[in-house]
Design a protein around this ligand. Sequence first.
Ligand code: P1T
Length: 377
Amino acid sequence: MGFSTIAIHAGNEPDPTTGAVSVPIYQTSTYAQDGLGRHKGFEYARTQNPTRSALERNIAALENAKYGFAFASGMSAIDSVLKLVKAGEHVILGDNTYGGTFRLFNRVLSNYGVEFDLADTSNIADLEKAFKPNTKMVFVETPTNPVMTVTDLKAVSELAHANGAKVVCDNTFMSPYFQQPIDFGVDIVVHSTTKYLNGHSDSVGGFVALNDEKDAEWVGFIQNSVGAILSPFDSFLVLRGTKTLAVRMDAHDRNGRVVANFLSEHPKVEKVYYPGLVSHPQHELAKQQQKGFGGMVSFETGSYENAKRVLEAVKLCTLGESLGGVESLISHPATMTHASVPEETRSKLGITDGLVRISVGIEDVEDILEDLDQALK
Ligand code: P1T
């Protein structure tokens, strides 16, 4: 079956009691039981909820995974996956991830004895040096937030598996429509469903997709034990979102390419970060591994003052955190999404004070270009 067919039908069976074509929002905290130890498979809504289960079947299918778990946010999904790692074990974290992911390792997990080191996962030789005897996991984002570095998922998976470690890929920027990491050997996929999967900037959520039965059992156990579950209403919203994922991603990709090309020729722009540009250092790899390039584009304006002027002059684009919604959003990574990353690391990666990130929406692209042009001028 094709991607759109799966997106529209997986998990979306007509409701067994009423025939409702759209999975209802089961807004209940508990379920009547027929007798002691006799129930319909639903005991308590932290543990099971039919709306959430439908979404879990849906996104797991889109990621070519057997198991899926929906969480209250992307961060709680990532935190739950990291509960597969024990105190005294080591994780290699990509040196450029969403700032919140770095903060989780640096300020939270480190207090519980989880060791970690940063490595440039796009450089296999660099990554190889980071392995230790107690390395249990490699965590990558590709393309990275916000400088769009692409990691070879097949090469990383082979290297990690040879060293007895699992690979986790944060697939938020691509969505399963453009990239299915499990097909390249990745063990676990995580998402912030807040972004493209939901797609309408009206829900915060996260997702974990995986194939290993034992790990899935543990992630499910953590989901129930810790309780950072996605609500029935948010599950409904994301389930509605994924039905149009393919058409939205195609539109983001079309506009993203046009905006990246426009910026790369603009006299006020020093550098553009977008894997769809032939000038991108991993353009060929991106073409092999991704089915599209998406709508995330970052660009260098040269200084904090220039960035501030652009960010405050835009009229159509909204200045704000987040990405992946139908509307264009523009942000300043250094002071917003990546403020928790030390300045030294930021400047090494190119997250300068002059860097601006745009989540290109699906408005008419001429209007986005006109807005960016007047703001840059
Ligand atoms: O915000 P939340 O749903 O908890 O997701 C966290 C997260 C995880 N992974 C990636 C790649 C992300 O980009 C994010 C959140 N990012 C933003 C809010 C942002 O503006 O970049």
